[in-house]
Design a protein. Structure first.
Length: 416
């Protein structure tokens, strides 16, 4: 039996590697990495709430090196990642009439959006990367401004997390996404839930007042009753009590400017115990490109897997993060596993590795190995529970002797 199992696993692995190589060769031949035919405009920021008027929600936008502050009335586009900080909430009105409310310390990405009112077609994909997000998905629409409301003829709205996939048509529910599990709580309507792992078959249906949890690599837990206490807690997180409008968005105060960050600032703040996600955001807000931030984290001795995973969960480009980490000497297998664990699109991971100069066959092998572990219930990224898992003790010396900042990792073996 053991010999048979080993042979089966070996055959499966070889097949996956071959498929991965063929897929990579297809990409190298010029097939597009991005979906086409989707609307670039997704919606507008409707309301913002924060205790400090100078604090804003942020957007990580494709093609922009810095984080963008957003305020009521601002547009949200395809590919945007909306982020909130401590005590900051934001409500987004989508072009299909749906409302998305992002709780404090949460991140959501607009992955796909196609709305055709004349045909009654709606296809939308959003990814809740971190924290709690509430969705009120519209059941009806108006074909024209003066028209009467109609039901969608073809509607497919999908919410993804690192661990789960939720499918809805028109409902009110909240998703809380963590590294190892996802909670889906339904207030009204119905939601289908399944694991994001392709090896986990089957899904469950949740009705009003029900909740489930989906752990990494596992099937959803059976639906249970949403307790009044949990319902109230989710309501508080996703209700704007004192929202700012476009008219009073900044309350007459200009946002505080952040001083220019350096690699040494990053290392110092990490050593002081400031969270990695905060250091990354602060560095990018100051004007540091995410590629430089990634190398600064690696030079500071941060575990490469943690750097990649955290940067991607915070909404930064998987292509840029993976490329920077690989070019700076992070092991390809570690980068690929961490990126997959963060839920990054496989095509984007491949594009980042290609840009770093990794040969297609090598990428295919790394992707196949990581996919095999992930599809068989394993964890493609390690679990980090204590500070020493993130930064080895003692912290490596940064700079000194008047010379440049030394790297704790070797240069990329894929560059001449």
């Amino acid at each position: 039996m053991t010999v048979y199992r080993r042979q089966t696993m070996s055959t499966f692995r070889s097949a996956v590697m071959l498929l991965g190589l063929l897929f990579l060769l297809a990409l190298s031949a010029g097939f597009p990495l991005d979906a086409s035919g989707q609307d670039q405009f997704v919606g507008n920021v409707k309301l913002v709430e924060s205790k400090d008027p100078a604090q804003h929600p942020h957007i990580v936008r494709i093609g922009y090196s810095a984080i963008l502050d957003i305020k009521p009335g601002d547009a949200v586009f395809l590919g945007d990642t909306v982020k909130t900080g401590e005590d900051v909430k934001v409500q987004i009105l989508l072009s299909d009439g749906s409302i998305v409310t992002v709780a404090p310390n949460s991140v959501i990405q607009m992955k796909g959006h196609l709305v055709d009112r004349e045909q009654g077609i709606r296809h939308s994909v959003m990814k809740a990367l971190k924290g709690t997000v509430r969705f009120v998905i519209s059941k009806v629409f108006k074909p024209h401004a003066a028209g009467s409301e109609m039901q969608w003829k073809d509607s497919n709205v999908t919410i993804e997390t690192q661990n789960a996939v939720a499918g809805v048509r028109g409902t009110d529910f909240a998703v809380t996404s963590g590294e190892d599990d996802t909670e889906i709580a339904v207030f009204e309507g119905a939601v289908s839930a399944k694991s994001s792992s392709v090896s986990m078959n089957g899904s469950i249906m949740l009705g009003a007042g029900q909740v489930t949890s989906v752990r990494k690599g596992k099937s959803p837990e059976p639906a249970s009753t949403l307790s009044p206490a949990r319902r109230e807690a989710l309501g508080r997180l996703t209700t704007l009590v004192n929202p700012r409008s476009a008219a009073n968005g900044a309350n007459g105060k200009a946002p505080k400017k952040t001083a220019k960050y350096t690699d040494k600032d990053c290392a110092r703040n990490l050593a002081e115990g400031i969270s990695l996600c905060t250091v990354i955001d602060t560095a990018v807000e100051s004007g540091m490109p995410i590629e430089q931030v990634v190398t600064a984290m690696l030079d500071a001795g941060v575990n490469p897997s943690v750097v990649v995973y955290t940067a991607l969960v915070e909404g930064y480009s998987a292509k840029q993060v993976c490329c920077a980490a690989i070019e700076h000497g992070a092991p390809l297998s570690v980068v690929v596993a961490a990126a997959l664990g963060a839920g990054a699109d496989r095509k984007t991971i491949i594009a980042g590795a290609q840009e770093a100069g990794v040969p297609p066959a090598t990428i295919a092998t790394a992707m196949a190995n990581a996919n095999y572990v992930y599809q068989n219930g394993g964890s493609p990224s390690p679990i980090f529970s204590k500070p020493s898992d993130i930064i080895p003790a003692p912290l490596p010396m940064i700079g000194g002797g008047g010379g440049g900042t030394p790297s704790t990792l070797p240069a990329s073996p894929y560059r001449p």
